[in-house]
Every structure is written in C-alpha cells, then in structure tokens.
Design a binder for this molecule. Structure first.
Ligand SMILES: Nc1ncnc2c1ncn2[C@@H]1O[C@H](COP(=O)(O)OP(=O)(O)OP(=O)(O)O)[C@@H](O)[C@H]1O
Ligand SMILES: [Mg+2]
Length: 260
C-alpha cells in the first residue's frame, strides 16, 4: 500500500540555525506514528511543516494527492509567496488537522463554536450542517453535555478534547498532535489519551509527538526518534522503545522513564 504521507529530505533553518536536517519518512494510511525526541530537537517544527505552518527551505511533503516541493515555495524579499505557491501550501494545509499543546481554543467562543469555525469559515460548510457535525464530534469525545460552555468553564482535559474535535471537524486525512497532554495535570492525561486510542482504533492516520511511552508502546505502529533535527532511529515500538540501537535514544528513554 502506498503511504498516505511521504516526507522526503526536509530541511528547515531559522536564520543560521538548522532545525530540521534531511528528514524523510512515510506514514501508511490508518497508522499511528509517534515522534519522540529531546526538547529543541525539532519535533514541533516538523509537525508544523507537515501542516504548512512552517515553510522548510528544501524537501517535499506529500499528503494524499497534495504535494509541496518546498524548493518551489520560496518567499520573495518581502516575505510573500506567489499565488501558485500559496495555493499548493493551502492544499497541503487542508489535508491535516492540528491538535496543539494547549491554550489554543478561541476563549470567547463556546466549545461548539470552536468546532464549527474551521468548517464554516475555511470550508464554507453551511452553519446548520457544521453544527450537527460538531455536536456529533463533541459527543464522540465525551463532551455532549458541554457543547455550549466556554473554554474557561471546562477542565484542561475537556478543553483538549474540544481541540481534538476541532481538528477532526475539517475531515482531514491526517491528524497531527503536538504533545497534546504535556500541559495537563496528571489526572487529566488519561481521558485525552483514551480519545486518541479510540481514534487510532477507528483507523485515523495520526502523527503524534508525545512523551507518553505507554501510549506509544500500545498504540504506535511506528516510532521515530528525532535528535538535533535528524531521525536517528525508526521502527516499531518494540524496536525503538524496547530495544533502541542508539546511545542517544537509550539516554533519552532513561531520562523520561526514570526522571530522578
Ligand atoms: N520561530 C522560530 N524562530 C527561531 N527559532 C525557532 C523557532 N521555532 C523553533 N525554533 C528553534 O528551533 C529548535 C527546535 O524547536 P522545536 O520547537 O521544533 O523543538 P521541539 O523538539 O518541539 O522542542 P520541545 O520538546 O521543547 O517542544 C529550537 O532550538 C527552537 O528554539
Ligand atoms: Mg515542541
């Protein structure tokens, strides 16, 4: 089966600092990829690049039929892209939903309004249809009772589940999660991971940056370990987590599994 997602030789720098260096990997449709790596290794930048939130200098990302060769998408001196480049990045962005670490809901909109925003504003879905679908998504993440609440009236775990419903509302082919539980109190982590487990069971294609090793072991089909902008280890959870080949992977796992 061809991969839903294919990343080839991606490279991204901020000024002189190279943050992503020659990253390549594929993601089969319906699979879960977990990305592990130390702070500052480039995990967020990589996810943002898959979604068109960052523009790498070189390399290609394909999701489904949307493909961007970043060598062709170079801003001019005033930071502007050509119409053609903008359109190709927009098509890439439309393929994935993004779940952020936290503090990302619109504070003055209800849970329901947060979820309908993307479909209505970006995709032009009629409001009644978007509301019906948003209600179903919020029920699916266990928030049927809370659809009309504002973010400040919800717990961190509930807010994060709204964030997941929002990412799914645009019917993406791929869902990207950037440390979705790392800003939560420990007792709220489980309810968010449970929703993610359900999505994996339903066959959503997911790329998840997380330090939740138990989740990675149980749910991931593939684990990538990233260090200093490079994929230095890649394989099944049994290979990368239980039997890492690289010293840096072993050191990282030891630090997160036995922090003290
Ligand atoms: N917009 C930016 N401008 C300049 N440097 C940036 C920018 N975004 C990220 N960086 C730098 O790029 C490097 C990688 O950052 P990134 O956020 O991708 O790492 P990360 O692996 O997600 O780290 P963490 O685990 O702490 O979230 C860091 O050195 C960071 O300071
Ligand atoms: Mg990050």
């Amino acid at each position: 089966m061809t991969n839903l997602v294919q990343v080839d030789h991606l490279k991204k720098a901020f000024g002189d600092k190279v943050v992503i260096e020659d990253v390549s990997f594929g993601v089969p449709e319906g699979s879960v990829t977990v990305i592990l790596g130390p702070s500052g290794s480039g995990k967020t930048t990589l996810l943002r690049s898959l979604n068109g939130l960052e523009l790498p200098e070189a390399g290609r990302v394909r999701i489904g039929d949307a493909e961007v060769d970043f060598a062709d998408v170079t801003p001019d001196k005033r930071g502007r892209l050509s119409a053609k480049a903008r359109e190709s990045v927009r098509a890439l962005t439309a393929q994935s939903g993004f779940v952020f670490q936290g503090h990302h809901l619109f504070p003055h909109r209800t849970a329901l309004e947060n979820v309908t925003e993307g479909p209505v504003v970006v995709q032009g879905v009629p409001a009644p249809q978007a509301q019906e679908e948003a209600n179903a998504l919020l029920a699916k993440v266990g928030l049927a009772e809370h659809v009309n609440k504002y973010p400040h009236q919800l717990s961190g775990g509930q807010q994060q589940r709204v964030g997941i419903a929002r990412a799914l509302a645009i019917k993406p082919r791929l869902v990207l999660f950037d440390e979705p539980t790392s800003a939560l109190d420990p007792e709220l982590v489980g309810e968010v991971l449970e929703v993610m487990r359900d999505l994996a069971r339903e066959g959503w294609t997911m790329v998840v940056v997380t330090h939740e090793i138990k989740f990675a072991r149980q749910v991931a089909d593939q684990v990538l370990f990233i260090d200093r902008g490079r994929v230095i280890e890649q394989g099944s959870p049994a290979e990368v987590i239980s039997n890492p080949q690289q010293q840096r992977t072993r050191g990282f796992l030891k630090r997160i599994l036995e922090p003290i």
